[in-house]
Design a protein around this ligand. Sequence first.
Ligand code: KG4
Ligand code: ZN
Length: 336
Amino acid sequence: MNILAFESSCDETAVAVVKDGRTLLSSVIASQVEEHKLYGGVVPEIASRRHTEAISNLTGAALDEAKMTLSGIDAIAVTYAPGLIGALLVVVNFAKNLAYATGLPLIPVHHLRSHIAANYLAHPDLKPPFLCLVVSGGHSHIVRVEDYTRFTVYGRTRDDAAGECFDKAARAMGLPYPGGIHLDKLAQTGNPQAFRLPRPRVEGCPHDFSFSGLKTAVINLLHTAEQRGEIVNHADLAASFQHTVCDILSSHVLAVAKETGDKTIVLAGGVSANSGLRARMEDLCKQNGLQLYSPPLSLCGDNAAMVGAQGYYEYLADNLADTSLNAYATMPIENA
Ligand code: KG4
Ligand code: ZN
């Protein structure tokens, strides 16, 4: 079954063709990052306009790359939640019209579910159940994937997402947007023990995360040093920050794995590209006899291939939409 898949939840317009949820036939992405960089973050209206400009030609490019026409497509999948509402609406509407014109089934896909499914494209042996750490710019969840379309959340952030925390700490250090990848590079040259940073806990909910205090600690440390005319070694601060975030994320996942008895751990989302997180999780999983799966770097960030992968399993579960499908800025992963 060939699925034509669409993604536009933030600042990447992406189209892909995926066969049977596991084989990538084509994947094209038009990134807007250079434009949003000028503003230090995503400007929602600009994102929507760029999706509108890019989506038709990008669809042609994805079909060309897969060496097929619309006649070779069996269903259409589209990210409909969560994300920037204007950005989502543009491509949800495009996908709906394409489904209407072709008569093909329309599959709505939850963005975080698709991040998890990126792993199905890279790891043919991976099957639920497993425990997944989904860390992106907007979300930080520890999710048990009970089945391809059934999820139980064991932990979530109460404030900032891990990616957001990376981006804000990076910005405070003067790094370009989006800062996560730049902070990661800088951290590799610094001493992770140089600064002791807070590890906030959520009272009564030991698996939940709270990252805003950590972000504020980095910003305050830099402001205080500036006021005193002191120089902060940014590589050391980046390394200490990254070490702290990775320590928090990995210790929470391991604690949940102990509770659920899961032996398979999966990473997903933009922050799963982080070198410190991948290394720490590899070590910890090895020490604890757990099997770790991570997406290839090319599938960590937003793309449509992962939408095609999850879309296949949503199709098998009969989770289809009609042409009244809407987009939603928020949507729990369990309810999609
Ligand atoms: O999943 P994603 O592409 O978009 C959302 O769904 O939000 O995640 C983007 C986030 C950004 O915050 C970005 O800075 C972060 O992932 N990110 C990283 C790295 N690469 C991307 N954070 C830390 N280290 C990285 N190497
Ligand atoms: Zn994402």
